[in-house]
Design a protein around this ligand. Structure first.
Ligand code: C5P
Length: 295
């Protein structure tokens, strides 16, 4: 039996996501309070001579597979000759605004560094993560943070104690969703970062979410790009008698719940919409180890 490592790798919610401006390099500067939640994929790595990656629950090309790209990047940067057998079990909905692919990539960097005995500074790992995607660096540590720049500049925040969420994930078929949504932003969608700044202050000072401060620059563009959202969003708000908020570039929507019982009751009502619904609580890390024999 080869030596292996296994981790649950967490999704995120953007409590705020304010897009500030377009940049010369084609990206956008943003300001976002982001928090990991207990909805998780499972990643296992084990020693092997070749590098292989098996994804359960999803079919991906090698180019689309961020875990494989993370593994190859680390191999190259650290001059690693050996391979690894990687298994990814998907539970986080893909291309939903929950950061699943980015979280998997960050966890691949962390687990493979350990497996291969790579001693890289945290900053070097952050640089590799940023080359894989704008929000991959956040998932190296997870918890709560203010993301700025193109998403790769992070200011840690104290993680929430226990905040329960209910998450509704409308199915969609939009390709290159993130790029498309950024391109669809109109002048009126840009923000100045005040809400993010104020939410960060309230998380630091009071340790809880001031719901009045939650906002997302993609709200209008997401309604235009995901036609089903136009009906689902207000219907979901009516069903669970509370506002729902967009995460990332969508289409995932989340609502705050008082406790687990309240979250489950809201999820039961939302299930009548016929779209996947999840109950999750805030977590304070990017991943947690799983003791599990390989494979
Ligand atoms: O960095 P990532 O690969 O996740 O970005 C996907 C696409 O989203 C980019 O190619 C870019 O078009 C857009 N994007 C952006 N500004 C950001 C992050 C992403 O315009 N801060």
């Amino acid at each position: 039996m080869p030596d292996g490592l296994c981790a649950r790798t967490y999704a995120k919610l953007n409590l705020t996501l304010e897009v500030l401006r377009r940049r010369e390099d084609g990206y956008h500067d943003l300001s976002s309070v982001v928090h990991t939640i207990g909805l998780a994929d499972e990643l296992r790595v084990a020693e092997a001579s070749q590098l292989t990656c098996w994804v359960e629950g999803l079919s991906l090309t090698d180019e689309e597979n961020l875990v494989l790209r993370a593994a190859r990047l680390l191999q190259r940067e650290a001059g690693i000759g050996s391979g690894a057998s990687i298994r990814l079990r998907k539970a986080i909905p893909v291309a939903a605004g929950l950061g699943g692919g980015s979280s998997d990539a960050a966890s691949a960097l962390v687990l493979l560094s350990r497996l291969w005995g790579v001693h890289m500074s945290h900053q070097h790992l952050v640089d590799l993560a940023a080359r894989l995607g704008s929000d991959v660096p956040f998932f190296l540590r997870g918890g709560a943070a203010v993301m700025s720049g193109r998403g790769d500049t992070l200011m840690p925040l104290p993680a929430l104690g226990t905040q329960w969420f209910v998450v509704l994930v409308p199915r969609h078929t939009v390709v290159h969703k993130t790029a498309l949504l950024y391109e669809s932003l109109a002048d009126e969608d840009f923000a100045d970062g005040t809400a993010t700044h104020r939410l960060a202050t309230s998380l630091r000072d009071r340790g809880c979410i001031d719901e009045a401060l939650l906002r997302n620059s993609f709200a209008r563009a997401a309604r235009a790009s995901f036609p089903s959202l136009r009906g689902l969003w207000p219907a979901a708000e009516r069903l669970c008698s509370r506002p729902l908020h967009l995460s990332g570039a969508g289409p995932a929507l989340f609502a705050l719940a008082r406790d687990r019982t309240d979250a489950r009751a809201a999820a039961t009502r939302l299930a009548s919409l016929g779209q996947p619904v999840y109950v999750a609580r805030s977590v304070s890390t990017g991943r947690s180890p799983r003791k599990m024999p390989y494979p």
